[in-house]
Design a protein. Sequence first.
Length: 337
Amino acid sequence: MTGPRPRVLLSIGDPNGVGPELSVKTVAALQGEPGVIPVLVGDRFVVEAYAQQAGLEVRETVGSAEPQPGVVDLLPADSLSHQAFQPGTVHAQAGRATVAYLAMAVEALRRGYARAIVACPHSETAINAAGIPFSGYPGLLARLAGVDPDRVFLFLIGGGLRIVHATLHERLADALGRLTPALVEAAGLATVDVLRSLGIASPRIGVFGVNPHAGEGGLFGEDDDRITAPAVELLRQAGVDVHGPLGADLLLGRQGFDAFVAMYHDQGHIPVKLLAGRNSTALSIGAGLIFSSVGHGTAFDIAGKGVADPEAVIRAVRLVGGVSLPAPGPESVEVSS
């Protein structure tokens, strides 16, 4: 006898971007599948605008109501005025609504309503225009979950790669100045924890160096002698099967690793985006809850036009709902068209 299907809260992201359309299309695509049940979080009139285009109805639901064919389940918010609903436009009120949707989803998760959250694309410009400091979902999630922001990391999956980022959206000089052995160690431990929770009993991880060739013994700087090498030693002492630090170009060419730890945004994003494009999936790890977003943006240029591709959101919902993790290696490489 099987238990109830897990629910995944699907926050619609920036309501003026492609998120609401992707959310509705995801519900339509997953209806009839035996897996997870997506429940949208957003303003009802925004969701209804896209549900009507898809020939679906919207139902406000709480508790354990079973899904119905042709119906989009919704946890309704009241965060956006009708005047601010302008698909394709960067708007401060839409940025504030994006944050409100995620806050509602986090609270619902705390109440046990669902097993995970998937957040559709956000606009950093819109959120900051609303007066909310924001540099990506991991930092916001840390604040909402009440945990140290330096213990929540982005885990990007795609193109046969899994890469955790010790730092993320900040000026490169600031990111490098913030790196410490403790921060890199925390990123490594969070990586191991999530891999184990996703079914990899004995993870093997690689740590990228800060500088080319991981400094090559100080020839290209002493940052790795000071930061990444001590972090790797701390991880080994904690019983982690860890290798490095090595130059990212060298380490990425080696087989047998379950994940890598990158030191800054582009070091981890470029290889994943090159191989997976918009089909990459992003997990925020270390906050004590299961959270995923997608590796692409709000696509304001096509918002409201009905042409957005929901594949990345569908993958994210299946990933966090089914606790499955794509195997790394050439056989899982996907190139976006």
